[in-house]
Design a protein around this ligand. Structure first.
Ligand code: GLU
Ligand code: MG
Length: 435
């Protein structure tokens, strides 16, 4: 490849769709300005394609209709030139109706709308930081022990390059850590406004995949690529802020009344949230007890077996905790992060609207609490399959995201269940080749 290949001659205008796949159109750089101005036609049905490349027969779009993809200049990231391929620019985009009005099938637009509602109705904004766990297979033959320097060195070639790629989009990782599983790693991003955090999360996934691929390796964010090894979560850290920039998550080491009601809303409707945050059969292969996933609908101060954990960090002089976050652990890489965050906000707003009491902290692994005591304390095990989650989400969906959205989204999830059944034992491995 010549030096000139460092300058991208093509750009992909991409949307992160329901199956956690980035799909879009590729255009020459010379036409990007036009594309930014007028958009590009797109096919409504495309948001329904599964990771394994099947189309739900009952999706509401079929061959009909046309939407528009509108590229977002501030999300531009340049993927570096490789030995076997030139550089390429990526722009994230919104999908709109043809007249540029809001289109229900666009996950990113759904999040924007939900965040606007949180601000309008409750005067609150959300900051989000993501932790991503993932495997990198076949990078080299080095074996390392969990969290070791040897593991950090093994992946440092990826970490280093990913940081440079992300810098082209003004994004960065705050940590790149060897995780517990053999060849498993974790990245953490600093807290940003919720939309930027989601944009950077999906760009980071692609930068990591690309860096691995360039070295003949394969990165996967699938929740459970190998049933006998540690699963990979996407932990969503979030904090609430008022209109004056005041931290509203924790006070004097505990949840504020606002964050308490918000957390209680999430726990009350966790099954509905899971229809978006753990949306595939592989999600439920990860979601097992006593494996730090958080499969009990409860809150715990610093408890990694609770679905919601408070990490208070240091207190300021006035007792507030500007660095505090609530961590939602029941999310994974098969989820669309825009929808997962939007759904947490929707459920949280129910808690605010109903002024729900703050949850009481559970201070040990709920799996070790005898069932009668769990029942008495209303600590419930979340569903072990996707179906009950879809049932729980259905009544809320028209109000949260619209009827067409739900017809499309639920058709995708039902189709995933069919894909998984058809693939049988090969399903986790197949999925992990794509996401
Ligand atoms: N791998 C675990 C999960 O699936 C989390 C481990 C951790 O707390 O870092 O969520
Ligand atoms: Mg971890």
């Amino acid at each position: 490849m010549s030096l000139d290949d460092a300058r991208p001659r093509f750009a992909t205008i991409a949307n992160y769709e329901f199956s956690a796949v980035m799909r879009g159109r590729v255009v020459p750089i010379a036409s990007v300005d036009d594309v930014l101005r007028v958009g590009l036609p797109w096919v409504p049905n495309n948001v329904c394609i599964s990771a394994l490349n099947t189309i739900p027969p009952d999706n509401p779009f079929g061959p009909m209709g046309e939407t528009k993809i509108i590229a977002l200049p501030h999300t531009r990231m340049v993927m570096p030139a490789r030995q076997d391929r030139p550089a390429m620019a990526v722009y994230l985009c919104d999908i709109t109706n043809h007249d540029r009005s809001f289109w229900e099938g666009c996950a990113r637009s759904q999040l924007a709308r939900t965040l606007a509602l949180l601000e309008e109705r409750h005067g609150l904004t959300l900051r989000v930081g993501f932790e991503h766990e993932f495997y990198i297979f076949d990078l080299n033959a080095e074996v390392f022990s969990a969290y070791s320097l040897a593991g950090a060195r093994k992946a440092s070639v990826i970490a280093d390059e990913v940081q440079q790629t992300l810098a082209t989009a003004d994004a960065r990782l705050d940590q790149f850590v060897p995780e517990f599983g053999y060849d498993q790693f974790e990245t953490a991003s600093a807290a940003r406004d919720a939309m930027t955090a989601c944009d950077h999360a999906v760009l980071a996934r692609e930068a990591i995949r690309d860096a691995a691929r360039a070295r003949g390796a394969r990165a996967t964010f699938a929740p459970k690529p190998d049933l006998s090894a540690a699963g990979s979560g996407v932990h969503i850290h979030f904090s609430l802020w008022d209109r004056h920039g005041g931290a509203r998550t924790a006070q004097s080491g505990a949840l504020t009344a606002t964050a308490g009601a918000f957390a209680a809303g999430i726990l009350k409707h966790i099954e509905a949230v899971m229809a978006y945050s753990t949306p595939t059969p592989n999600s439920f292969q990860r979601a097992t007890e006593s494996s730090w996933v958080g499969v009990f609908a409860c809150f715990g101060l610093r408890n990694r077996e609770a679905a919601l954990r408070l990490a208070p960090r240091e207190a300021a002089a006035d007792g507030s905790h500007p660095g505090a976050s609530l961590e939602f652990r029941l999310c994974d890489g098969s989820a669309n992060p825009y929808l997962a965050v939007a759904t947490l906000v929707r459920a949280g707003m129910i808690g605010l609207d109903q002024s729900l009491d703050p949850p009481i902290s559970v201070d040990r692994d709920p799996a070790r609490i005898p069932q009668p005591e769990r029942d008495a304390r209303a600590i419930r095990r979340v569903p072990e399959t996707l179906d009950p989650c879809l049932e729980a989400a259905a009544p809320f969906a028209p109000e949260w995201f619209g009827k067409t959205f739900w017809d499309a989204y639920s058709s995708v999830r039902r189709n995933d269940i069919k894909d998984a059944a058809a693939a049988g034992e090969r399903y986790p491995a197949l999925l992990s080749q794509i996401i």
